[in-house]
Design a protein around this ligand. Structure first.
Ligand code: HEC
Length: 129
């Protein structure tokens, strides 16, 4: 009996939550559309975290980080692959390492979230030549 009541309350809550989302705030995303990564946020985060090695203009700093604007690697990867790459970094023991310098996971900032990294990736795409 009690479990039935709980299930009923659960149903009402679910309906409320769905109703709230379905309403769609102005500028919000619909269920079928992936949220747009925020390029402005990505720029700020890039300059905060990645620029230390890749340069503010993403053109790379010799001995620290590679040019991302002309990177074939960046062009060849999907956003999901780049997200995985940034999360993992590229250690010097990685066969894919090309410079003998390590890129730390998340550029050394473990507090970066996937959403923030996706925003950074969206920003890098705008610089890609
Ligand atoms: C501490 C320095 C450092 C920081 C901070 C850093 N990187 Fe890197 N990154 C590197 C190095 C070094 C490489 C090159 C590794 C190699 O030799 O292949 C690299 C490579 C890359 C590549 C691959 C480029 C290619 O053509 O192979 C991408 C993409 C990249 N970094 C993105 C980022 C992003 C995005 C951030 C910020 C979240 C970031 N990096 C922060 C040092 C850094």
């Amino acid at each position: 009996m009690l479990s039935r009541q709980i299930a009923f309350v659960g149903l009402i809550l679910a309906a409320l939550v769905l109703g709230a989302c379905g309403g769609g705030a102005p500028g919000g995303t619909t269920a079928t559309q992936a949220p747009q990564a925020d390029v402005a946020l990505g720029k700020a985060k890039f300059e905060d975290v990645c620029a230390a090695c890749h340069g503010k203009d993403a053109r790379g700093i010799a001995g620290l980080g590679k040019d991302l604007t002309t990177s074939q690697f960046v062009k060849s990867q999907t956003d999901d692959q780049l997200l995985a790459f940034v999360n993992k970094g590229r250690d010097t023991s990685d066969p894919a390492n090309t410079t003998g310098v390590a890129m730390p996971p998340k550029g050394g900032r473990p507090d970066l979230t996937d959403d923030q990294i996706r925003a950074i990736i969206a920003y890098i795409r705008t610089l890609s030549k």
